[in-house]
Write a protein that binds this ligand. Structure first.
Ligand code: CTP
Ligand code: MG
Length: 231
């Protein structure tokens, strides 16, 4: 089977402190968004991508890739979850769907393979994730700088993307969670809230989300290495 990927790309990238949203910053001679979309579509099982964009976005139409027939553009929303739901609503088929941040251009094809194996396993959907390495501290309160205690690191994971679920389940979970004002930071949190299983698929730590300026430097390094090994 083939899968559709929804790519939320309607954010402003505040923490990046740049003159434009981070998905339009350059890695080499292409934007972050082009790298992400080209990586995804190069996977044999991905045949269609829905990109959620700011309705006022002046950059996307300038990209050659915007004309590709495998791309569908939808208007994103206020929060990431609203953008994802807009993408889910634009889909009619009843298969599985993956959601992948525009700001994660370094995802690998082998991690996508690993994640897509959930489809055959019949144990529910899941997410790429990474075991936490550092010792974790909880502060006494949200703005306190004093440690309350050490959180047991065993069993703690970083949630990455893609996140991969049966479309009908995800659409219902996400829309109900948003209606009830549940805090939704990723697709998995809506699925957890709705009581569906979420599997952790260990992925590469190269799959960083470009968030702050240094992340772009690191992503540029990873992608230049990929380009060297592909040629
Ligand atoms: N995103 C989106 N719609 C929103 C907010 C975010 O589609 N209303 C997308 C971003 O474009 C990004 C992904 O969700 O690809 C992950 O969000 P994040 O890393 O937080 O990006 P921004 O919100 O753009 O960055 P910041 O939080 O620093 O402003
Ligand atoms: Mg954000």
């Amino acid at each position: 089977p083939s899968f559709t990927v929804i790519v939320p790309a309607a954010g402003v990238g505040k923490r990046m402190l740049a003159d434009r949203p981070k998905q339009y910053l350059k890695i080499g001679h292409k934007t972050v968004l082009e790298h992400t979309l080209e990586k995804l579509i190069s996977h044999p099982r991905i045949t269609r991508i829905i990109v959620a964009l700011d309705p006022q976005d002046p950059y996307f139409d300038e990209l050659p890739i915007s004309q590709a027939d495998w791309i569908t553009r939808v208007d994103g929303g206020k929060e990431r979850a609203d953008s994802v739901l807009a993408g889910l609503t634009a889909l009619d088929s009843h298969s599985w769907v993956a959601v992948h941040d525009a700001a994660r251009p370094c995802v690998s094809l082998s991690d996508l393979d690993k994640l897509f194996r959930l489809f055959e396993n019949n144990q529910g959907g899941g997410i790429l994730a990474m075991p936490v390495k550092d010792t974790m501290k909880r502060a006494q309160s949200e703005d306190s700088k004093r440690v309350s205690n050490t959180v047991d690191r065993d069993g703690l994971w970083h949630a990455l993307t893609p996140q991969f679920f049966p479309l009908a389940q995800l659409r219902q979970a996400l829309s109900e969670a948003l209606e009830q004002n549940v805090t939704i930071t990723d697709e998995a949190s809506a699925m957890e809230w709705a009581g569906w299983p979420v599997n952790l698929v260990e992925g590469s730590e190269r799959n960083i989300k470009i968030t702050r300026p240094d992340d772009l430097t690191l992503a540029t390094f990873y992608i230049s290495q990929e380009e060297l090994t592909c040629e």
